[in-house]
Design a binder for this molecule. Structure first.
Ligand code: TRP
Length: 331
C-alpha cells in the first residue's frame, strides 16, 4: 500500500470549504492508503506563538480533524513535535540544502516581503523540514494544493540529493496527489472567490461557529439588486450562494429557489434564511462532536499517544537506517 503524508497547519479552524474539500478526501483516503496526517506545530514556531496559543491551536486542530471524520484507528494522526526523529532528519537534510535554492523559494520570498522583521533561519529552511516530514515515512503521495507544488519539488530534490550523496536508492520521490478530480469547491460569502480564512471577516463559515454566528454571516452575504428578466444568468455572488445550497440543502430547495430566480420572484432574504438553516443542520453533528471531543481530555491524550507511537515506529525505522548510511555507527 502506498504511503500518504499530509501536514496540517496548526493555526486556523476548519471552515465549510476545508470540510467539503480536502477533509472529505482525507476521510476517503484513509481507507485506501497508509495515511499519516500530522499537525505541523514545529513549522508554526517560525511565527513565535506563545506557549498557550501553540497548545490551544494544536488541540483545536486535532479536535476538529477527529470530529470531521479522521479515524485514528485507520490513519495515523499525530502531532509533529511528538516525533523527534523528524527534527533529526531535518538536521541531516539541512547539511545538503543550499542557501541559494532556499532563498529562491517563492513562499520564502513572500514571507520575507510580508514580514521583513522576522526573517529567521526556520523560515528559510521551512521546505527542508517539510521534506523531512514526508520522506521520514518514505511517502510517495502528498495531498496538497497548487501552492505547495514548489515545496514538493524541493522535497524531491533533497531526497534525490541524499540518495546520490550516499549512492543508495533510499528515499522514494514524493509527488503531489489529487485524490479526487472533482474536489468540491465552496465559494466564500463575500461575492468573490472561494471560501478562505484570509479573505476577510465573515467570508468563511467555520465548523465551530454557533448557529447564531452562522445566521449572522449568511444574512450578510453579498447579493445584488435581483434579476430583471426571466432566466437571466446569475452574477457570481448569487451563483456562489446557489453553489453552497447545492452542497448543503436538498435538491428540492435548490430547484425551489432556482425557479424563483428564473421567474424574477426571488427574495434573497428568504434564500439566505433557508441557506443558514441548512448549513446549521449540515454541520450540527460535527459541531456536536467538536464539543464532545474538546471536553474529553482522556480520549485526546489516548489519540495523541497512539498516533505518536505509530508515527515513531515508522520514523525511527527510517532514522536508524539513515544514521547507518551517513556513517554514525555504534562501536
Ligand atoms: N506547508 C504545508 C502548508 O502550508 C503544511 C505542511 C508541512 C505539509 N509539512 C507538510 C503538507 C508535509 C504536506 C506534507 O499547508
Amino acid at each position: 500500500m502506498e504511503t500518504v503524508v499530509s501536514g496540517i497547519r496548526s493555526t486556523g479552524n476548519l471552515h465549510l470549504g476545508n470540510y467539503y474539500g480536502a477533509i472529505q478526501n482525507f476521510v476517503k483516503m484513509q481507507h485506501e492508503y497508509n495515511c499519516y496526517f500530522f499537525i505541523a506545530d514545529l513549522h508554526s514556531l517560525t511565527t513565535h506563538p506563545t506557549p498557550a496559543d501553540l497548545h490551544g491551536n494544536v488541540k483545536q486542530v486535532l479536535v476538529e480533524y477527529l470530529a470531521a471524520g479522521i479515524d485514528p484507528e485507520r490513519a495515523t494522526i499525530y502531532v509533529q513535535s511528538d516525533v523527534p526523529e523528524i527534527a533529526e532528519l531535518y538536521l541531516y537534510l539541512n547539511m545538503n540544502a543550499y542557501l541559494g535554492e532556499l532563498e529562491r523559494s517563492t513562499s520564502f520570498k513572500d514571507k520575507v516581503r510580508g514580514n521583513p522583521d522576522n526573517v529567521n533561519a526556520g523560515l528559510l529552511t521551512y521546505p527542508v523540514l517539510m521534506a523531512a516530514d514526508i520522506i521520514i515515512h518514505k511517502a510517495t503521495k502528498v495531498p496538497v494544493g497548487k501552492d505547495q507544488e514548489q515545496h514538493l519539488e524541493m522535497a524531491r530534490t533533497f531526497a534525490n540529493r541524499f540518495n546520490r550523496l550516499y549512492n543508495k536508492e533510499f528515499f522514494p520521490e514524493p509527488f503531489a496527489f489529487n485524490f479526487s478530480d472533482n474536489l468540491v469547491k465552496i465559494p466564500g460569502l463575500d461575492g468573490k472567490g472561494k471560501m478562505g480564512k484570509s479573505e476577510g471577516e465573515g467570508n468563511a463559515v467555520y465548523l465551530s461557529d454557533s448557529p447564531e454566528v452562522i445566521r449572522k454571516k449568511v444574512m450578510r452575504a453579498v447579493t445584488d439588486a435581483g434579476p430583471t428578466a426571466d432566466n437571466q444568468e446569475k452574477p457570481v455572488e448569487i451563483q456562489n450562494l446557489f453553489d453552497i445550497i447545492k452542497v448543503v440543502s436538498t435538491p428540492d430547495t435548490y430547484t425551489h429557489f432556482d425557479d424563483l430566480y428564473n421567474t424574477c420572484q426571488i427574495r434573497y432574504g428568504d434564500l439566505k434564511k433557508q441557506l443558514a438553516e441548512d448549513i446549521i443542520i449540515a454541520t450540527a453533528p460535527i459541531r456536536e462532536r467538536i464539543n464532545d471531543i474538546a471536553n474529553d481530555a482522556p480520549y485526546l491524550r489516548q489519540v495523541a499517544r497512539h498516533g505518536a507511537i505509530k508515527a515513531r515506529e515508522s520514523a525511527s525505522k527510517t532514522i536508524k537506517e539513515v544514521r547507518e548510511i551517513i556513517g554514525f555507527r555504534s562501536f
